[in-house]
Design a protein around this ligand. Structure first.
Ligand code: BG6
Length: 474
């Protein structure tokens, strides 16, 4: 099967400021929630990352050479407003002007995310997405960026509201590392959707002529078996990870069945339901009608089995295969059916799940104008071969195989009627992973972290062929 893509389909690469820029103490950048967390953890440092702060021109030149037509990148909020609000840091503003100018020079279209997991430290300490001050500051920062950077034509409000909140308050892998607090998880997610809606509505009022969207982490959740109990567990997990946020951002209204599933989760955990106001619900509704696109980040799918015990989770943050555990009280247990391949980090490789989530958005959320796959890729353990020279190409056949299968699933969804306009590989260049450090590499371009030298991976040439021909090769 050689999937094909429409002529105007965009092939891009993706990154996030904190994971790629390094230079966390340079040019007046303010601290973010991760700085203290990673210092205390002592596992790895966010510096130098891929040092994109100084290597952006090189990476954009490589992008141009290897058929990467667009780059999804994020602005580090704390480079612009070191404290989250208040005084502006002109050196941060000037840096992003330089990056966008380099994008233009290399014919790479920037898709710019305003918040990619990097809340400024002061606002995090006030409660992060649980604080109303955070919402106000975020809206002000967004409006500042819209005025300051007219060269950006594609904006993304927030990256993965769900995974931010779930990892902050359910699994505890993101700071402040709380576990089993579904009430805080749902409140933080709703608050992010409200902030998102305010920004979409403000952007449309400003009439700047560009497009604005949101990016969700979406994994299709299947029942482990046909039993009603497993089916219900899948529905609950889906409400936690997909449905509430799809409803809130794409329909602009939480469906009663969705709210009933959320209520069941919090009730079973003796926690209160999240709170909304009529004004917020009206803002969500308006934003859904004005949203230009939704971004889908999909890497894997999940299978859920009924589970009645206490919550128990273990995050495989090292690549020791088979060590992940997720059993959530009031929801269910993740259990993989026989025969599905996984990565070293236990992520099931299941391209059909990509097809199914795209079709679900297309069919169940008719207000959706366009879909971009804003992240997809595979994390692998890769090393620079001994004696590597400038021309050394890093072999990554597993990545080519993975990308081919997922891109074919996307091409199938397009054939089946999904309005998918582009694909962004995670990631453009190697960068560190929030909870796994530097050993989980996703890039088309290999970064030798000690020297920051870039090498080409085999997948980069493969990607260029796909981007040039719009056909997936055999
Ligand atoms: C997405 C994030 O959830 O997945 C990225 O937006 C992240 O920032 C990517 O790096 C891959 O996840 P991980 O945990 O393997 O780094």
């Amino acid at each position: 099967m050689n999937g094909t893509f429409p002529k105007d389909f965009i092939f891009g690469g993706a990154s996030a400021a904190y994971q790629v820029e390094g230079a966390t103490k340079e040019d007046g950048k303010g601290r973010v929630l991760w700085d203290d967390f990673l210092e205390k953890q002592g596992r790895f440092s966010p510096d130098p990352a891929a040092d994109f702060y100084h290597h952006y021109d090189e990476d954009l030149a490589l992008s141009q050479k290897y058929g990467v037509q667009a780059l999804r990148l994020s602005i580090a909020w704390s480079r612009i407003f070191p404290d989250g609000d208040g005084a502006v840091e002109p050196r941060g503003v000037a840096y992003y002007h330089r990056v966008f100018a380099a994008c233009k020079e290399h014919h790479v279209e920037p898709f710019v995310t305003l918040h990619h997991f990097d809340t400024p430290e002061k606002l995090h300490e006030e409660g992060d997405w649980l604080s109303q001050h955070m919402l106000d500051a975020f809206v002000d920062y967004a409006k500042f960026c819209f005025k300051e950077f007219p060269e950006v034509k594609y904006w993304i409000t927030i990256n993965e509201p769900t995974s931010m909140a779930v990892q902050q308050y359910t699994s505890g892998t993101f700071p402040p590392a709380e576990t089993g607090r579904f009430d805080k998880t749902f409140q933080a997610e709703h608050n992010q959707l409200v902030a998102h809606a305010r920004i979409v509505n403000a952007y449309k009022e400003m009439n700047l002529g560009g497009q604005i969207g949101i990016v969700h982490a979406l994994q299709t959740v299947y029942p482990y078996s046909d039993s009603p109990a497993d089916q219900h567990a899948a529905a609950l997990q889906d409400a936690l990870e997909n449905r509430l946020y799809l409803d809130g951002s794409l329909a602009g209204v939480y469906a009663p069945e969705t709210l009933a599933l959320v209520q069941e989760i919090v009730d079973k955990n003796d926690e209160p339901m999240f709170k909304t106001t009529p004004e917020e619900l009206a803002e969500l509704k308006l934003a859904a009608t004005q949203l230009d696109f939704v971004g889908v980040n999909n890497y894997f799918s999940k299978w859920l089995k009924a589970y009645a015990g206490a919550s128990e989770t273990h995050h495989n943050g090292t690549g020791a295969k088979g060590t992940s555990v997720s059993r959530l009280h009031g929801i269910g247990e993740e259990k993989l059916p026989e025969g599905i391949e996984t990565t070293d980090w236990d992520w099931p490789i299941y391209p059909r799940g990509m097809h199914d989530i795209l079709m679900r958005i297309q069919n169940d959320y008719p207000l959706t104008k366009a879909i971009y796959v804003t992240e997809n890729g595979i994390g692998l353990k890769e090393e620079l071969p001994a004696g590597a020279t400038d021309d050394t190409v890093i072999p990554d056949p597993k990545r080519i195989d993975y990308l081919g299968k997922y891109l074919n699933a996307i091409a199938d969804a397009i054939k089946d009627g999904a309005n998918v306009k582009g694909y962004f590989i995670w990631s453009l260049q190697d960068q560190f992973s929030w909870t796994n450090g530097y050993s989980k590499r996703y890039g088309l371009f290999f970064v030798d972290f000690p020297t920051q030298k870039r090498y080409i991976k085999q997948s980069a040439s493969w990607f260029k062929q796909v981007s040039d021909t719009h056909v997936i090769p055999d």
